[in-house]
Structures are given as structure tokens and as C-alpha cells.
Design a protein around this ligand. Sequence first.
Ligand code: HEM
Length: 183
Amino acid sequence: MYGLVNKAVEGLIRSRFGDETWGKIRTDAGVPDEPFMSMENYDDSVTYNLVGSTCKVLNLPPETVLEEFGKYWVLYTGEAGYGGLMQSAGGSFVEFIRNLDALHTRVKLSFPNLQPPSFQVAEESDRSLVLHYHSHRAGLAPFVVGLLKGLASRFKVEAEIAYKRVDGASAHDTFVIRWNPIS
Ligand code: HEM
């Protein structure tokens, strides 16, 4: 994945747990003590190793780490020079979710080797929908839960997210999302 993602993992760890903990996690993951280059492509194993070492050093389950990272990503991209892109992707929770593929299509203009996820909205009603998530990568469903929770806080709604795996020929993850404005 692009260095931007690893940089965000680093930002999350440093801001919540300090530089020393980041040093331990980076060393455990076998990552050299050099800044990540946002626009450079890193093997996916770098990101997966960082998540694995975070779990080990902080004694947390991967679901928790990935979910926290998802919430952080929404804030991070908003502040790391992609605020305009986030702004243009939608003015409400549901509009933003409908535009996730269009958002990554725009991201691809700056990150040409991007291997983006793909999302489809189904069974939409007033305050609920089913989101289908397809990816080249395994195990990132808890990351998506965190992203959706991050988007819910961005748009000041209370969201309940239930995750379900669909098996079979086109195996993928689905999320049943119900939301209400925070009163
Ligand atoms: C302006 C904001 C955003 C930027 C710049 C951005 C950029 C990226 C980048 C660089 C990657 C790594 C993929 C690669 O390097 O091949 C990625 C992956 C991903 N993005 Fe975004 N993204 C943004 C917002 C979002 C949001 C709001 C969601 C919410 C669902 C999202 C969902 C994902 C997921 C799930 C992945 C993991 C890749 C996979 O599933 O295979 N992104 N994005």
C-alpha cells in the first residue's frame, strides 16, 4: 500500500502511545527507522506487520487495532492534505457512502498504482442500508467498521454497524448500517 497508509499507522501510534512505543512496534515489525514516503508503494506486508506488532506490543486484538485505525484514517486524511477530497465526497453520511468508489477514483489521479477497495450500496431505506465491500486484500473488515464509525462522527450521526461475511464464488464482506442523527 502507499506510504500514506503506513504514515497514518505511525501517526496513530505516536499520538496515542508516544514515540517510545512507536519505536518498539517499528522494530518488532522489522521496519527501518526512516520516514515513510506518502507517494511511494510499499509491500502490503509492511502494513500488516505494523498492525501485527501493534497487537503484540499493546496486547490488543487485531479487530480493535484495525477499527481504531479506521476511525483515525477519516480524521487523518481530512488533515493530511486531503480535506478537499473528503469535502467533495459528500455532505451527508449516506451521500458520502454512496460516493466511496468515486472518491478512490479521484485518489487514483494522485496515486496511480492504487489498488482501491470497491463498495456497493444496496437495500437502501430512510435510515439504513447494506454496504457490500470487495477488496484484493484479506482481513480488513474491522478497518471498514472503524472507517464507517469515523464517517458517522464526521456527519454527527449515531451508527450501528453489523458485519456479515458472504461466502461462495464472490466471497466478500457486507455491513448492515443503521443510523440516526445525534439529538
Ligand atoms: C481523501 C480520503 C482518502 C484517501 C486519500 C484514501 C486513500 C487510500 C489509499 C492510498 C489506500 C491504500 C491502497 C493502496 O495503496 O493500494 C486506501 C485504501 C483503502 N481505503 Fe481509502 N482513502 C480515503 C478515504 C477512504 C474512506 C473515507 C474510506 C471509507 C470506507 C476508505 C476505504 C478504504 C479501504 C477499506 C482501503 C483498504 C484497501 C482494500 O480494502 O483493499 N478510504 N485508501
